[in-house]
Design a protein around this ligand. Structure first.
Ligand code: HEC
Length: 134
């Protein structure tokens, strides 16, 4: 192969690599979750305060407190709000502003709208797999 051809292949590959990287780090990682800006800031607060250390979402997280996936539809917004506002003997009071609490509620409402957890149509087998119930 001629040196010129090798150079052409080499620079084409370098160009492809750079274009692909630019795509992945700009457009390619955009997500369309449908989350409102308020819910998004609630998500940030949820992460900053490390709620997941004690709570689960979709069954994942810490096990000191209950799963929060469907807390809004099952227990209601007022109930949820009072826990976040005041804490309990086991859950810390984070001294959040009203606006921050509203964002957390918006986030939990969004999570609630995505699924029902645990999915009652799925059964856990003794060997750890998930099966659709018949
Ligand atoms: C140190 C552990 C801990 C952290 C951190 C924590 N919680 Fe809790 N949370 C609990 C416990 C434990 C309960 C159960 C109430 C009880 O037993 O006192 C609870 C209850 C709740 C409930 C009521 C749920 C239900 O189904 O009854 C909500 C809502 C809640 N927490 C939201 C949050 C949010 C939002 C955050 C983050 C800002 C958070 N928690 C951080 C431990 C924690």
């Amino acid at each position: 192969m001629k040196l010129q051809h090798k150079r052409l292949i080499f620079f084409s590959l370098v160009f492809a690599y750079i274009s692909y990287s630019v795509f992945v780090y700009t457009k390619g990682t955009e997500t369309k979750s449908g989350m409102s800006p308020e819910a998004h800031s609630g998500k940030n607060i949820f992460q900053e305060k490390n709620c997941i250390a004690c709570h689960q979402i979709y069954g994942l997280g810490g096990y000191m407190g209950p799963d929060l996936t469907n807390v809004i539809s099952v227990k209601g917004e007022i109930y949820t709000r009072s826990f976040i506002e005041n804490g309990t003997a086991k859950m810390p009071d984070f001294n959040l502003q009203d606006e921050e609490i509203n964002s957390l509620i918006a986030y939990l409402t969004f999570i609630d709208s995505t699924t029902v957890y645990p999915d009652s149509t799925i059964r856990l087998t003794w060997y750890g797999n998930m099966d659709k119930k018949k």
